[in-house]
Design a protein around this ligand. Structure first.
Ligand code: GLA
Length: 375
């Protein structure tokens, strides 16, 4: 078994939470994610061959990828994300060199905290590092997004890969997904702290439902564009929307209404964070979840139970599902010093009402890609 200490570099990229701005990155909206200290770490060294050899700290599997046949690994159970990432990096014009990689994923799979983005981003950064290349984090994020779309079949936006690559310690990112302009905002929550809870429900339908939601927003855009001078759904103001909403069939109207209002909530949330108005942030977080539940319909029984239970605790001023939805993690704003009591209550309340046991993760807001030379 390869041991981490035999590698030349340690390259890591983060999982993320999204504070607010859900399902609007692919509509050209602004989102407010933050990178987490839960990371995928790739230990890497060049091996002088034409092969990328991959092993894992948590799996017995070993996979060898031929650099010239990277299209052929879509069907792999493990190693497909790495193959897709390497392929996209190469297609973008970068040199790949043969290497040995040990992958150590501390982002829980299927948690909605973007383990896949962390794997893709760290793999590309590791490949660039071992090839002696200075890389641009945004380009790494864009290639990682292509890998997710073209290789994993999830037609995702840029939020996760951007956050995974470009995160900064202690900062949220107000990311404009149309222009990729990013404003870093300190996450100073005053008398509150963020609690992350996984509802631990497997969500296998998520990818197809995700793509379905995305197509619905594209259909809504195609209709509204005939009436309005817009380049994406996120351009629409609530006033414009109230005038044009009747043009849309009911389901598309619900989806578009979520997008238009969620874009407003992000602006208000950023303002609330700048002003230190955490109670307002909590209310916006609640409204975001309610809109995902009622209009966008990407929550589900278990996440809704978890959010309801959280909101019933007096220490909690806001709770919502974060990420793509249909399962995964919630974030809750909880009074400082009461998180332990809150978690205890929440896990018990959830277990009573569902057939799953939830888990709380303890993570800091951290840097995105990090590279260390180890020998
Ligand atoms: C997933 C996608 C992101 C984003 C979120 C929903 O995490 O990868 O691009 O669309 O869902 O906000």
């Amino acid at each position: 078994m390869m041991d981490a200490k035999h590698f030349e570099y340690k390259v890591a990229a983060s999982g993320r939470v999204n504070i607010i701005g859900e399902h609007i990155d692919y509509c050209g909206g602004k989102v407010l994610p933050a990178a987490l200290s839960l990371k995928n770490t790739v230990y890497v060294r060049p091996n002088g061959t034409n092969t990328i050899n991959i092993s894992w700290t948590t799996l017995p599997d070993k996979v060898s990828l031929d650099i010239d046949r990277l299209e052929e690994y879509r069907g792999l159970k493990y190693g497909n994300y790495q193959a897709g990432s390497a392929l996209m990096w190469r297609r973008a014009g970068h040199r790949l060199v043969g290497c040995d990689m040990l992958q150590d994923c501390k982002v829980p799979f299927g948690s909605g905290l973007s383990s896949s983005a962390a794997i893709e981003v760290s793999t590309i950064a590791a490949l660039a590092t071992v090839a002696g290349e200075q890389f641009d984090n945004v380009e790494v994020a864009l290639c990682a997004q292509s890998a997710e779309r073209e290789y994993a079949g999830v037609n995702c936006g840029i939020m996760d890969q951007y956050a995974s690559a470009c995160g900064k310690k202690g900062m949220a990112m107000l990311l404009d997904c149309k222009t990729l302009d990013c404003e870093y905002l300190p996450v100073e929550l005053g008398g509150y702290e963020l609690v992350i809870t996984d509802c631990c429900k497997p969500h296998s339908l998520a990818d197809s439902k995700y793509n379905e939601r995305r197509s619905e927003t594209e259909e809504a855009f195609a209709i509204l564009q005939k009436q309005l001078d817009i380049t994406c759904l996120a351009d629409i103001t609530p006033v414009q929307f109230s005038r044009c909403a009747h043009m849309l069939p009911q389901v598309l109207r619900m989806r578009a209404e979520h997008v238009v209002n969620e874009c407003q909530r992000v602006q208000m949330a950023a303002q609330a964070m700048r002003a230190g108005n955490i109670e307002l942030l909590g209310r916006l977080i609640n409204r975001s979840h309610d809109s995902l539940k009622n209009l966008y319909q990407t929550t589900g029984f278990e996440p809704d139970v978890l959010v309801d239970a959280a909101r019933n605790h007096p220490a909690c001023i806001g709770s919502r599902l974060t990420g793509g939805g249909f399962g995964g993690c919630t974030i809750s704003l909880v009074k400082k010093g009461m998180a332990e009591e809150f978690e205890d209550y929440l896990l018990k309340a959830y277990a009573r009402r569902t057939s799953y046991n939830a888990v709380c993760y303890h993570a800091e807001i951290s840097d995105g890609i990090t590279v260390e030379k180890t020998v």
